[in-house]
Write a protein that binds this ligand. Structure first.
Ligand code: PLP
Length: 382
């Protein structure tokens, strides 16, 4: 029996995987110690769990363990990375380069830094959502201290050419920050292969709990040192004070290990479902996929239904949980800044819906969603 409503909003958040939850549970009750307590076994047990999770995350991205700093999620990690680099490297310069299609966590932090004297350059994207590497090269000046580009976009799934971006930054000795919130768990990320300097991940995007994430900070070639955002007891080597959320950290670690095990099988299964979904909805015409077809996350599809406003379509497909634009901005009626930057008209941007599939999406659910959407489109066209 099909359980309604159907969840096709995995880029917004994901359920905690039962295997992750099972590992977390003891740390709420019998293993409740403070990882900072050095004098007794309650503290040692908690600390051991935290260090095991740190190891799991390091393995997941192929980094060193001591390059992982726990945060409350990606928004905090982004604030920490961008503000922290700006503060500590201001003597070198004040320019930060980012992209118009970044998440609001990056864009709003950059807007804040502008009020503190930063000069922000916003790169354009083409119709496919991809940046132009020549524009990046041309934007770099002697005062550029940081380039911040997301791995994969939350609204379209478009994957930026990270290896090429890193190459350009390395040649000029510029620190590279990567928001990998949507990519983590969906594509393999190897910090050594990619030579990223700072990178954030967030557990709730890949079947871990909400309110926990991590910032990877490179310690060698070069050693990167952002100023701390949160001051206090000196936890996390002084980078991020505050008593560690042990159950959530255990959950993040397990989510990483599980994602590594499942990544190949899962990406193949989900991309097949997505292809079937897209083909079924676009074959009748008047529906267009937004974003690069070749460089895209396997689970995401952003579709414009020309002539149909998404605010009319969504009430007609109440049994399907979807998003228009980014989850964090869906309360506002402005058209998506991502689709606008890609050159879509306001009308077309307003007719777009993001569907994101995930670990628990079934073929039956996809067939049901296709049927529902097709019927709603026929009704609205009349
Ligand atoms: N960056 C991207 C690309 C996202 O999709 C999100 C969440 O929607 C964030 C950052 C913020 O992440 P968090 O919910 O962990 O603060």
């Amino acid at each position: 029996m099909l359980k309604l409503p159907i969840y096709l909003d995995y880029n917004s958040t994901t359920p905690v995987d039962p295997l992750v939850l099972e590992k977390m549970l003891p740390y709420f009750s019998e293993k409740f110690g403070n990882a900072g307590s050095k004098n007794h076994s309650f503290g040692w047990i908690a600390e051991e769990a935290v260090e095991h999770a740190r190891e799991q995350i390091a393995t997941f991205i192929n980094s060193e363990k001591n390059e992982i700093i726990f945060t409350s999620g990606s928004t905090e990690a982004i604030n920490f990375g961008l503000k922290g680099i700006f503060e500590n490297y201001l003597t070198k310069g004040n320019q930060i380069i980012t992209v118009k299609t970044e998440h609001k966590a990056v864009l709003d932090t950059c807007a804040y830094l502008e009020t503190k004297g930063a000069s922000i350059t916003y790169l354009d994207v083409d119709r496919e959502g991809l940046i132009d590497l020549n524009q990046l090269k041309d934007s770099i000046t002697p005062s550029t201290i940081l380039v911040s580009v997301m791995f994969a976009n939350n609204e379209t799934g478009v994957i930026q050419p990270i290896a090429e971006i890193v190459k350009i930054c390395k040649e000029k000795n510029i620190i590279f920050f990567c928001d990998a919130t949507q990519a983590a768990g969906k594509v393999r990320i190897d910090i050594n292969e990619n030579q990223i300097d700072l990178m954030c991940i967030s557990a709730h995007k890949f079947y871990g709990p909400k309110g926990i994430g991590a910032l990877y900070i490179r310690r060698k070639n070069p050693r990167v040192k952002p100023a701390p955002l949160i001051h206090g007891g000196g936890h996390e080597r002084g980078f991020r004070s505050g008593t560690l959320n042990v159950p959530a950290i255990v959950g993040l670690g397990e989510a990483c290990e599980l994602a590594s095990k499942k990544i190949w099988e899962e990406s193949e299964r989900i991309s097949q479902l997505r292809t079937f979904f897209e083909q079924s909805l676009t074959e009748a015409g008047n529906a267009f996929i937004n974003g690069s077809i070749r460089n895209r996350l396997h689970n995401t599809t952003n579709i414009s239904f020309a002539g149909i406003d998404s605010s009319a379509l969504i009430p007609e497909i109440k049994d399907i949980a979807v998003a228009t634009g980014s989850a964090c901005t869906s309360a506002s009626m402005n058209p998506s800044h991502v689709l606008n930057a890609m050159g879509l008209s306001n009308d077309l941007a307003h007719s777009s819906i993001r569907f994101s599939l995930g670990r628990f999406t079934t073929e039956e659910e996809i067939k049901f969603a296709i049927e529902k959407i097709r019927n709603a489109l026929i009704k609205l066209k009349k």
